[in-house]
Design a binder for this molecule. Structure first.
Ligand code: VGL
Ligand code: ZN
Length: 233
């Protein structure tokens, strides 16, 4: 017994550090990939461009190949939406205001229904995606989350859809890490899903400490932070 214990120690030491890497995660039939808001407005040159936002596209295309279940979300605002700074005289983008449902960051006009800016990135290549959830289409309520609007009560139906299809685990990637990805991941936990955020499949806006806060909140809620290379090809 002592001899074996000694051998074990030597063995582990000899293989370090590679041996300490966790086993790859294999998404099964009960897992879904949620691709958040990979839309022209959030890509370089877009009206609410996320730095290096286009770089998530090849990462997401690659991991999507191992998922039988994929849902895309699409930010889909009315013209003059309440989340636009232009709808509030005297206010500028990235300022905060109080709305009946809580604090709201004001944004440049973006993802207006039916416009080219609201279209999904043309290089996104996920033909098996079974559902596109549009959100933020109520004129006076924003919706960062793919599950629940910013009033914290109006559902998009996504949780019920996933549960009806026996999905218990979600992987989240897309734009932006600190807003729509984080809020979707937090709501996924609230709805009882095991939740992974694929960090290199996301890019952030990072305004007023939002990115650090998002990771802190997600960790506290039990969201697992992984890299695309942690997923078995
Ligand atoms: C988003 C701000 C406003 C996002 C959407 O997709 O993260 N951010 N609307
Ligand atoms: Zn929006």
């Amino acid at each position: 017994r002592q001899l074996l214990a000694g051998l074990g120690t030597t063995f582990v030491a000899a293989l370090a550090p590679g041996a300490l890497r966790a086993a790859p995660i294999k998404p099964g039939e009960n897992a879904a990939l949620l691709v958040i808001d990979v839309q022209n407005c959030f890509l370089p040159g877009g009206s609410l461009a996320v730095k290096d936002g286009d770089q998530v596209v090849p990462v997401i295309n690659k991991i999507a190949k191992v998922f039988a279940n994929v849902v895309l979300t699409q930010d889909w605002h009315t013209p003059g939406h309440i989340s636009f700074a232009s709808s509030h005289p005297g206010k500028k983008p990235f300022e905060m205001i109080d709305l009946p449902y809580g604090k709201q960051v004001l944004w440049p006009d973006h993802c207006v229904q039916g416009t080219d800016g609201a279209a999904l990135a043309k290089d996104l290549a996920i033909p098996q995606a079974g559902l596109v959830i549009r959100k933020g289409f109520h004129h006076t309520v924003d919706s960062y989350s793919g599950f629940t609007e910013a009033d914290a009560k109006t559902t998009t139906g996504l949780a019920a859809y996933l549960k009806a299809r026996a999905i218990d685990t979600v992987f989240v990637a897309g734009l932006a890490t600190d807003f729509c990805v984080a809020w979707t991941a937090l709501d996924a936990r609230k709805a009882g899903f095991a939740t992974y955020v694929v960090e290199d499949g996301c890019r952030a806006i990072d305004t007023q400490g939002s990115l650090a806060k998002a990771w802190t909140d997600m960790a506290a809620a039990g969201v697992q932070r992984i890299q695309s290379t942690d997923i078995a090809a």
